[in-house]
Design a protein. Structure first.
Length: 66
């Protein structure tokens, strides 16, 4: 989904290396989510039920100013 690329690429380029190893693993797990779910979580249309993934979504949103 192109919209996700536009949202996530800046985060990966600017912040991924600064994440802890655990957060990097969580981010990679987040990327295995279905695109429509991931987009809805980032845009705030739905809430992610997984606390670790929800925290990573919040980190992404705060960093890229969605």
């Amino acid at each position: 989904m192109l919209e996700l690329d536009v949202l996530l690429l800046p985060f990966v380029e600017e912040a991924f290396d600064d994440l802890s190893y655990e957060d990097q693993v969580t981010f990679e797990r987040l990327l295995t989510s279905d695109d429509p779910d991931l987009f809805a979580w980032i845009m705030g249309h739905q809430k992610c039920d997984d606390p670790e993934l929800a925290a990573m979504v919040a980190t992404i949103v705060n960093r890229v100013k969605v």
